[in-house]
Design a protein around this ligand. Structure first.
Ligand code: HEM
Length: 499
């Protein structure tokens, strides 16, 4: 059978399914009211309306249809909420029935969907893993105990940037921070550098980048489940190779550690891996497979998000010299200009914290959060989110809502100095880490890494644009994926300060 024939058969099957589903849903619709939304085209629904910047297209649609709207993305009914009140309904009030996820095909490889903390349904295994994350891996005490390794990695970053400053070279902030973030995580989890370490070197960085890229690539098979087996864009096939390689790297690291522990019979490193292996001696659930898939998720969830936040924060500081100057003044008065910043200094730096909140408000790294799925029909303000619908929370729109934020497009950290709003999942006006049961478990680690890196970058160097560039030339366009990246990398020249 040639390709055209095959494509026509698939199209025909899609049409039949669509007609049958419309018939069934028309009969059901008499019983409930879907949120309003744009009219769907046959078969493809509203897919074309998403464009290449869905967070912005959905913001425009929300202006027309309201803060809770429904769309048809291919065959998938999707409800998008775009106000703080509606986000609270989804993430808090109805969290119980909206805590599972729709699972992209790019995640359903090598059984990862069954072991992935980020995508598995709310099951006893998920609960156990969350308990371990909250009570042990990311507990304050554990993070306090591992701050030396992070201090060390940030000193490496600063040393590399010093070299650039001596040569008068611009630094690509995203690339430098991406590498440091992987090493911050890999040292916190495995006590090794996963970038620029012998053997596994730079490959790891590319693997993490590619895995995130594929999770964020629109995949026809996610919108038309009938295409799952066909994998028309080859995303699943290519993703399987990436995930396999990453799991292999972790398998080697876990085996090495098991051997070491056999010989020494003690916690050799006292890092997250030791903590997980200790748990595995008492709790059979925590086996090698789980440890390796969990490690996969921690790296994939933690790297791009942290990197893009820092790149946006630095971009805003370069674009707003008066904010930069206030931030450096605060560091000078609290720590001393040029002195190393410590995680324990963070509570004494309210302006630096406000800068980070303002960055999250304007550039939330996960603009639509991770997709939730309704376990049953859920009634929100008289509208029904039908069972199995996908639910997205557009935190990008909420961050720019003029009914919440005065001058919403202005980068103005001062707004947070006079407000109690924080990012911990209690204030739905600012929810870059999500909320409810599925709130990001790595939030505390992310905040420490970000404030430590940002504080260190601006307390050690002055930053200027490359020769011939002015503020107006700095590109502020974004690129949508599972994370919201800068479309063009920020390149700035570090000038070592004299102190
Ligand atoms: C700026 C940094 C980060 C941001 C903005 C961020 C944001 C998010 C968001 C929005 C979610 C989904 C929450 C929801 O559904 O309500 C999430 C989940 C998750 N994040 Fe993060 N994250 C960051 C850093 C990290 C780090 C450093 C780690 C770990 C090392 C991490 C691990 C995870 C995991 C495992 C999940 C899945 C949790 C679950 O589904 O139960 N994240 N994150």
């Amino acid at each position: 059978m040639d390709f055209v024939c095959f494509a026509l058969i698939i199209l025909l099957i899609c049409i039949i399914i669509h007609v049958l589903r419309s018939f069934v849903s028309k009969t059901r619709k008499t019983n409930y009211k879907l949120p309003p939304g744009p009219s769907p085209l046959p078969i493809i629904g509203n897919l074309l309306e998403l464009g290449d910047k869905p967070h912005k297209s959905l913001a425009k649609l929300a202006k027309l249809h309201g803060p809770i709207m429904s769309l048809k993305l291919g065959q998938i009914t999707t409800v998008v909420v775009s106000s703080a009140e509606m986000a609270k309904e989804v993430l808090l009030t109805h969290d119980h029935f909206l805590s599972n996820r729709t699972i992209p095909q790019s995640v359903s490889v090598l059984n990862h969907e069954n072991y992935s903390l980020a995508f598995m349904p709310v099951t006893p295994l998920w609960r156990d893993l969350r308990k371990i994350c909250n009570g042990q891996l990311f507990a304050h005490k554990t993070l306090d105990a591992s701050q030396d390794v992070r201090r060390n990695k940030v000193q490496h970053l600063i040393a590399e940037i010093k070299e650039s400053s001596q040569k008068g070279e611009a630094v690509d902030i995203g690339t430098a921070v991406f590498k440091t973030t992987i090493n911050l995580l890999s040292n916190t989890i495995f006590s090794v550098d996963l970038v620029q370490s012998a053997g596994i070197a730079g490959e790891f960085k590319d693997l993490v980048t590619n895995i995130t890229k594929f999770v964020g690539t629109p995949n026809l098979a996610d919108y038309f489940p009938i295409l799952k087996r066909v994998d028309p864009q080859g995303i699943k096939r290519r993703q399987a190779k990436n995930v396999e390689k990453v799991l292999d790297i972790f398998d080697r690291l876990v085996n090495q550690r098991l051997k070491l522990r056999e010989n020494t019979n003690v916690d050799s490193h006292n890092d997250m891996l030791d903590a997980l292996l200790n748990i595995s001696t008492e709790n059979k659930m925590m086996d090698k497979t789980i440890i390796e898939h969990l490690s996969h998720d921690l790296f994939v969830a933690g790297t791009d998000t942290t990197t893009s936040t820092l790149e946006w924060a630095m971009t805003e500081l370069v674009l707003n010299p008066e904010v930069m100057s206030k931030a450096t003044k605060e560091l000078e008065l609290t720590i001393g200009r040029g002195k190393p910043v410590e995680e324990s200094d963070i509570t004494k730096l309210p302006y630096l914290q406000a800068i980070l909140k303002e960055t999250f408000r304007l550039h939330p790294p996960v603009p639509l959060l991770l997709p939730r799925k309704a376990d049953r029909d859920v009634n929100i303000c008289g509208y029904i989110i039908p069972k199995d619908a996908q639910v997205l929370v557009n935190v990008w729109t909420i961050g720019r809502d003029s009914s919440i934020w005065g001058n919403p497009n202005l980068f103005y950290p001062e707004r947070f100095l006079v407000s109690d709003i924080d990012v911990k999942g209690r204030n739905f006006e600012l929810a870059p880490f999500g909320g409810g049961r599925r709130i990001c478990p790595g939030m505390q680690l992310a905040m420490r890494m970000l404030l430590l890196m940002l504080g260190s970058l601006i307390n050690t160097f002055d930053w200027k644009l490359e020769d011939g560039m002015s503020i107006e030339d700095v590109d502020i366009d974004d690129k949508f994926g599972i994370t919201l990246q800068k479309a063009q990398p920020l390149r700035v020249v570090p000038v070592k300060i004299n102190f």
